[in-house]
Ligand binder design. Structure first.
Ligand SMILES: Cc1cc2nc3c(=O)[nH]c(=O)nc-3n(C[C@H](O)[C@H](O)[C@H](O)COP(=O)(O)O)c2cc1C
Length: 214
């Protein structure tokens, strides 16, 4: 999919990435950066709202919003053609950081279109195991539905525990834990993750493209 202005004779779509965690080298943030880089290569404009940008006061419905980071979030989401949202699984649900940010989108209730209406929303979860990630993905997609967004057909669960798993889980991974380079499935897992993310990108772009061409 190519979104260059020449190909579409329109302004390139704006794709906003939201999420990750405050953890250094957050895997959710890395996944978002990967997707947004691919989006830019395809001709989209992108913006990233990472954990640093999402440390907002607890949302409460109020007549005026004073926090500049909250105002930036609402402004960017209101102008976006598509979003990619990444949340870690925290006790089998969306992290408070990401949920609070999404609650701030209540400020778009009177926008035109309201909330996330008509926007393609790619959803990514990161977890230390498949179950928490799948449950969190389901929760995230439900929140997107409640905000009138369109979750892309493919959601992505990244099992971060598989990156460092060893035969002895009580100590950090060491090089000699690997029986041999050929038998080590880590590269295959890495490639599988890249393929998932690429498919996620394609789904998100396809919906954004259709929306722009309507
Ligand atoms: C408070 C807390 C709760 C967590 N709960 C779960 C959980 O229920 N299931 C799970 O698989 N992982 C759980 N995790 C692990 C994180 O989901 C996992 O480390 C994830 O990769 C973090 O994403 P990040 O790299 O973007 O910080 C939890 C971590 C924390 C800090």
């Amino acid at each position: 999919m190519n979104f260059s202005a020449a190909a579409t004779s329109a302004a390139p779509p704006l794709i906003v990435g939201i999420g990750g965690s405050t953890r250094p080298r957050s895997s959710g943030e890395l996944a978002l950066r990967y997707c947004l880089n691919r989006a830019e290569e395809a001709g989209a404009q992108t913006e990233l709202l990472s954990a640093e940008d999402l440390q907002l006061p607890m949302y409460e419905p109020a007549p005026t919003m004073t926090d500049p980071r909250a105002a930036r979030l609402v402004d960017l989401v209101g102008r976006a053609d598509a979003l990619i949202i990444a949340s870690p699984a925290y006790h089998a649900g969306i992290s408070g950081l990401v949920k609070n940010a999404l609650d701030h989108l209540e400020e778009l209730r009177l926008a035109s279109p309201p909330y996330l209406d008509g926007k393609a929303i790619g959803c990514i979860t990161t977890a230390q195991g498949p179950q928490g990630g799948a449950l969190t993905l389901s929760a995230l997609r439900s929140v997107v539905h409640a905000l009138r967004g369109w979750p892309t057909p493919l959601g992505v669960v990244i099992d971060t525990s598989r990156r460092t798993r060893t035969r002895n889980h009580s100590r950090p991974a060491q090089h000699h834990d690997r029986p041999s380079a050929q038998r080590d499935p880590a590269p295959q897992r890495y490639l599988a993750t890249q393929r998932y993310l690429a498919t996620q990108r394609t789904s998100t772009y396809e919906l954004a493209r259709r929306r722009l061409n309507d």
